[in-house]
Design a protein around this ligand. Sequence first.
Ligand SMILES: C[S@@+](CC[C@H](N)C(=O)[O-])C[C@H]1O[C@@H](n2cnc3c(N)ncnc32)[C@H](O)[C@@H]1O
Length: 375
Amino acid sequence: MIKELQQPDGVLKVTASGPLSKDSPYNRIVLRKTVVRGKTVFQAEMYTSTQVFHSNVQLTDAASWASRLEGNYKQICVSQPTCDVTYLTSKKGVTTRIVRATAAKNVRPEQHNRVKKYILNEGDDVPAMVDLGIFTKEGKVVAGMYDKFRQINRFTELDDVLKNHVGSLTLLDFGCGKSYLTFIVYHYLTNVRKIDAKVIGYDLKADVVEDCNALAAKYGYANLHFAVADVSRDKLYEEHIDAVLSLHACDTATDHALAFAVKHNVPYVFSVPCCQHEVNGGISAGGGDLDVLLKYGIVKERVSALLTDTIRAMLLEDAGYKVDVLEFVDLAHTPKNVMLRCVKTGKPSDRNAPRIKELIEKYRFEQTLYRLLKG
Ligand SMILES: C[S@@+](CC[C@H](N)C(=O)[O-])C[C@H]1O[C@@H](n2cnc3c(N)ncnc32)[C@H](O)[C@@H]1O
């Protein structure tokens, strides 16, 4: 019994690690006391080997979390203001409770909504954002542009991954469109982080590319360039590239961005896929468990989109990336809300490819990234 969670007011953090069952969905669970919109809650972080899921847990639900954790992890550490309590559970189910006094800890929970510095903050002086229609002249977010503002700020992930990077950086943005993200990333890297950055945006639309180049010139953004290109077939920048970005690049343009990153050994990839028609257009019942999910149009469409992103993530893993599949922004702000955050950490393998091949053959669909990398 983790009795501390029956009285959660005095608990700062709970860390459960070492699952005792191989069927456990999570390798590690961390409950961290935090304040969200003025209310004290635990923020739960649940780690699988490839993903991390987040949810907020009300203090009144802490006891039910205790029963979910106890007996299921080798080690559960409960951090309190003046002591740490550790529960060690053996494979035979015997639990030992160890209390260790500590120096007094800061009992004020983190103000979760205030600590993070986003890449774009309301009130920042970024004149290009006014031209792009994100900010008013007074630095307020334009009504109607909040969704885009939130989406751009989700790329603060970029900062988390790049913070240890030393030297100059080159980033390519695939399907940059009006280039809100491209501009703010360039501004952030060069003016805020003072990194020698070069950013190139590619899009099919010549008029949009022309406008973006004019805006970059207007603000003296010397290393921000835009080019008209079909990323599925045109020759793109071939020198050293540090990161590939894609934000809602249409349908299979995302696959071309990912394939480009793999083929050019790009260390970081941040991709938020867009509308996905390819798998949905081809997939059909194959006599397996998936059949039931293909019966109703809207379910089939959603399953196809999820399957597409799963296949992309698995192929990137095979290419040697550590892939996190993250919620992009709240579903209320966009239905296209999966982000693939990928960091090249290892060597290519064929670990996932056979499973994907089996699915593709059984359910008879095409998937562009699979074709580009394995076809
Ligand atoms: C939905 S918009 C997203 C624009 C921008 N990234 C954003 O989030 O605001 C998708 C963009 O991808 C571009 N696009 C689609 N297919 C492309 C391709 N094959 N090559 C280059 N750009 C492409 C479109 O022209 C469009 O501007």
